[in-house]
Design a protein around this ligand. Structure first.
Ligand code: MRU
Length: 337
């Protein structure tokens, strides 16, 4: 393990800026950006400088803190909150964090920053608890498949799906990871591979179409992914490609685990059909590393997320507990805690 924990979103109180590790530049360059306004935070969320459901919630919280510390009053902060909520639609952690911050907007800059720090600290603690609860679900020697990046980079630190992996490794188990490259933004190839290598955890890269074949050959023990929103019935929105992996896992009788903090659970949304799915511009699909890969004039689709029906999920791993089917009553019971 790397001695220095990876924390991709921080607040610099001396300079009054939000510091974010630029995830567009990894793995080639480790560049930290300083965001001095909520508008800069909104842009950083939209253009995926900072990404991953819990991490964008933390960034939004600090976006409100930076405005408050630079003199914005409650009415202006409420406008800013509205803009932040709409930066990306699918991950409910963003709306959750802004809603939580909104209860502090009249209390002064110090209270607002304290709340943002609390959101950051609690998310990292939740990830560590998710790791502790999820690690025993993995066999002592196992190759785990993951999709996108649900690691330290996507959270306040430690990660959800990769938190489970980290905790299992810390417990002495021989865990290796297959990382889907995750077209088109390549979160798996660029980010998951980078942070696991940084921690000395064995990781092997796959292109997105390879998982089925490796499952058929018995090379994958289970799938562990993160989530952007979990509906009240247990349906899971996550990075596009997750649904296909869940279908493959079910066909091959492999466990399919979803690891997420409670801030990702949205009991107001009955099921996956009601989850808004972000559609991004098709140039991200048509271009690869700055090169056009399709004929000019051919359009592309880019739904950035998909919904995995709860029937394909083996268990939801949250910091409040591990939930198995039927998820509705299980989630409702955890909500009451
Ligand atoms: O578009 P992204 O990179 O923000 O999508 C991220 C994911 O889909 C993650 O799996 C999810 O946010 C969980 S992060 C702990």
């Amino acid at each position: 393990m790397n001695a220095e924990p990876l924390r991709p979103v921080l607040y610099d109180e001396a300079r009054d800026v939000v510091r974010v590790l630029d995830q567009r530049r990894l793995p080639a360059d480790e560049v930290w950006l300083e965001l001095a306004s909520a508008e800069e935070v909104v842009q950083a969320i939209k253009n995926l400088t900072v990404r991953g459901a819990p991490a964008i919630g933390v960034a939004a919280a600090y976006g409100l803190a930076v405005e408050a510390r630079r003199g914005a009053e409650a009415p202006r902060l409420r406008e800013v909150a509205e803009t932040l909520v709409h930066a990306r639609p699918t991950a409910v952690n963003l709306a959750w964090a802004v809603r939580r911050m909104s209860r502090r907007l009249g209390l002064g800059a110090a209270a607002i920053l304290r709340e943002a720090h609390a959101i950051r600290d609690e998310d990292e603690a939740a990830c560590r608890r998710i790791g502790a609860l999820g690690a025993p679900l993995l066999p002592p020697r196992a190759s785990v498949l993951t999709h996108c990046n649900a690691g330290a980079l996507a959270t306040a630190g430690y990660g959800t799906a990769l938190g489970v992996v980290r905790a299992a490794v810390e417990a002495g188990n021989a865990i290796s990871v297959f990382a889907d490259e995750t077209r088109p933004f390549l979160q798996g190839a660029r980010l998951t591979a980078w942070e696991l290598k940084r921690d000395g955890i064995p990781v092997t890269l796959l292109t997105d179409g390879m998982a089925g074949w490796l499952m058929a050959r018995g090379e994958i023990a289970c799938v562990v992914v993160g989530a952007d929103r979990i509906a009240a019935n247990g349906d899971v929105a996550n990075k596009i490609g997750t649904y296909a992996l869940a279908v493959l896992a079910a066909y091959h009788h492999l466990p399919f685990y979803v690891a997420a903090p409670w801030s990702t659970v949205d009991l107001q949304t009955a099921d996956g059909a009601a989850i808004p799915i972000e559609e991004r511009g098709d140039e991200e699909v048509l271009m690869l590393a700055g090169q056009r890969i399709a004929p000019v004039g051919v359009p592309a689709r880019y739904p950035a997320f998909d919904v995995t029906p709860e029937a394909l999920v083996t268990a939801l791993i949250t910091e409040r507990g591990v939930v198995r089917r039927p998820f509705g009553p299980g989630l409702a019971a955890l909500a009451a805690r």
